[in-house]
Write a protein that binds this ligand. Structure first.
Ligand SMILES: NC(=O)c1ccc[n+]([C@@H]2O[C@H](COP(=O)([O-])OP(=O)(O)OC[C@H]3O[C@@H](n4cnc5c(N)ncnc54)[C@H](OP(=O)(O)O)[C@@H]3O)[C@@H](O)[C@H]2O)c1
Length: 238
């Protein structure tokens, strides 16, 4: 069974995350350090094999991620860095974020809306970012953004690196094709869930069908590659 949403107009989307045993990608105090060395190798190889990486604005504000490929993890002399993409309805990204200041020759795209002030757009462009307006808000129109990324920037494989709020919106739109998940042997009481919306699918029968295609140990973590089929789970037993 194929995903119900056609992929001609958008990239193939791989959600990648490191998660606690009970589903959190960051703790209440904002700790998101869940990956071990082998998982970082996986993440950086996936980054190198993707055309772009996309995150939500909160991930940039909290982690100040560079979203580049680190040589020590991929063991290649020539590195290929993907395009970096942040979504923020008002372009609310600190100008000293490393996604902007670190290796400015790597393209950074800000997906935003008409709620983003002209002055802010100009400021981001002056810093070398490409600003794409997608809808009138309150959230970035992800369908429009993905269409532009595919058509104008030739992005065929998009790595989605969270956080939980952006993951939910992408899942609801049926835009996630695959999940690469590393599970760490730790728990926390609360924080940011992989899909951060407590009202999402109030019953398990409403959940999309997730198919485990691969399960391996990754040092002290478990790695699984999951493919999504946006049909009710019940059909898997037919
Ligand atoms: N362990 C891991 O693998 C991993 C990976 C990534 C992140 N994290 C953690 O996740 C946490 C951040 O996650 P989060 O859920 O708070 O935030 P997030 O998903 O990173 O960002 C959400 C924000 O993106 C903006 N946005 C604009 N359009 C959107 C749309 N259509 N859909 C969704 N968001 C849209 C909104 O802010 P605006 O007001 O700017 O529009 C929204 O509040 C951090 O603590 C980080 O450490 C963990």
């Amino acid at each position: 069974m194929k995903n119900s949403k056609c992929r001609i107009n958008r990239p193939y989307v791989i959600l990648s995350a490191a998660m606690s045993l009970n589903g959190y990608i960051s703790s209440l105090d904002g700790d998101s350090e869940l990956s071990n060395n082998q998982d970082w190798q996986r993440v950086h190889n996936l980054r190198m094999n993707s055309d772009a990486i996309m995150v939500g604005s909160e991930t940039i504000k909290k982690d100040d991620s560079k979203l580049t490929v680190k040589e020590e993890y991929v063991k290649k002399s020539v590195l290929r860095h993907p395009i970096r993409i942040v979504v923020s309805s008002r372009g609310d990204i600190p100008v000293n974020s490393r996604i902007i200041t670190f290796r400015p020759e790597i393209k950074t795209i800000i997906g935003t809306t008409s709620l983003c002030l002209k002055q802010k757009q100009q400021e981001l462009e002056n810093l070398g970012c490409v600003v794409i307006l997608c809808g009138d808000g309150p959230l970035v129109d992800l369908e429009m953004l993905l269409k532009v990324l595919k058509k104008d920037f030739k992005i065929n494989v998009l790595m989605l690196e969270g956080g939980g709020t952006l993951n939910v919106q992408m899942l609801k739109l049926q835009f996630i094709d695959e999940i690469q998940l590393a599970i760490a042997p730790v728990i926390c009481g609360s924080g940011t869930n992989l899909f951060n919306d407590k009202y999402l699918f109030r019953n398990f029968k409403d959940s999309p069908l997730f198919c485990f295609k691969e399960v391996n140990s990754l040092g002290d973590m478990i790695f699984t590659r999951i493919v999504l089929q946006y049909s009710p789970r019940i059909y898997s037993n037919v």
